[in-house]
Design a protein around this ligand. Structure first.
Ligand code: ADP
Ligand code: MG
Length: 253
């Protein structure tokens, strides 16, 4: 039996007269990586931020780990991990000091070096956020979501704008987080990423969920409906060439 950790029912969000989320329902199971996929403007961030208690909903019901969003937003905040934009960090502090600051805010005792090691940033312990590469910044902001030992981590387009190596490093980090037993909700518009990472995906378009299943099942459904790829696929693509030539190493640091 799968345990539902997030339940969303008939969620609606209007911005004035604009209907951005049109009554969507979905469940996220404990311990899975759940993907919310969709083009820009589909309503992914709006949905995530409502569940994260950061944005008011228009109507519908959201329950996170048995806590109703309307009744217990403060309790929900304590058990979730949310990424900050890199501009949200105190510019004068280094990575160790920022982690210590968060530990104080959350009243937690996390060893900064252990956390930095997990996200492959141990050698940047004394660096400031502005001195990090794009991939390093993302890994640091993922690290900060783990400080309060959350049950669910929300990642909104964590790999957008990253180069192929940095994306792969982040994928491995997301898998590591799930291996610790933490549920992950991630948004992306990279389909290779969703196929590699996600146990199940919801495809959202124009405020509606138009499909929800495992990547495998969605692909099988398409093939069963008679889909045939026009061109014969080669065994590798240009990204494979790029990775093959430049290596998988943590070159972006
Ligand atoms: P996504 O994350 O999938 O790109 P968003 O949830 O950010 O989509 O946005 C969904 C729709 O709602 C878009 O059309 C966007 O322009 C609109 N929207 C988002 N935030 C606001 C806001 N604060 N005020 C008005 N419209 C907004
Ligand atoms: Mg968004």
């Amino acid at each position: 039996m799968k345990n539902t950790i997030i339940s969303v029912k008939d969620l609606v969000k209007n911005y004035g007269s604009f209907n951005a989320v049109k009554g969507i329902s979905f469940d996220v199971y404990e311990g899975e990586i759940f993907g919310l996929l969709g083009p820009n403007g589909a309503g992914k961030s709006t949905t995530l931020e409502i569940i994260e208690t950061l944005r008011p909903k228009t109507s519908g019901e959201v329950v996170v780990d048995g806590l109703n969003l309307d009744k217990s937003p403060g309790e929900i905040k304590k058990i979730i991990g949310v990424q900050l934009q890199s501009s949200g960090y105190y510019p004068g502090l280094n990575l160790t000091q920022l982690i210590e600051l968060f530990c104080g805010l959350y009243n937690r005792n996390v060893d900064p070096m252990e956390l930095l090691e997990m996200v492959n940033l141990k050698d940047k312990a004394k660096a400031k956020v502005k001195e990090l590469s794009g991939g390093q910044k993302q890994r640091f902001s993922v690290a900060t979501t783990l400080i309060n030992e959350p049950r669910v981590v929300f990642l909104d387009e964590p790999t957008t704008g990253l180069d192929p190596q940095a994306r792969r490093n982040l994928w491995e980090l997301v898998k590591k987080i799930r291996e610790r037993g933490t549920t992950v909700i991630i948004t992306t518009h990279y389909m290779d990423e969703a196929e590699y990472l996600c146990d199940r995906v919801a495809i959202i378009d124009d405020g509606n969920i138009i499909a929800l299943d495992t990547p495998d099942q969605l692909i099988d459904n398409l093939i069963a409906a008679g889909f045939d790829r026009k061109k014969e696929m080669k065994l590798a693509n240009l990204e494979d060439v790029f990775i093959g030539l430049t290596g998988h190493s943590l070159r972006e640091g």
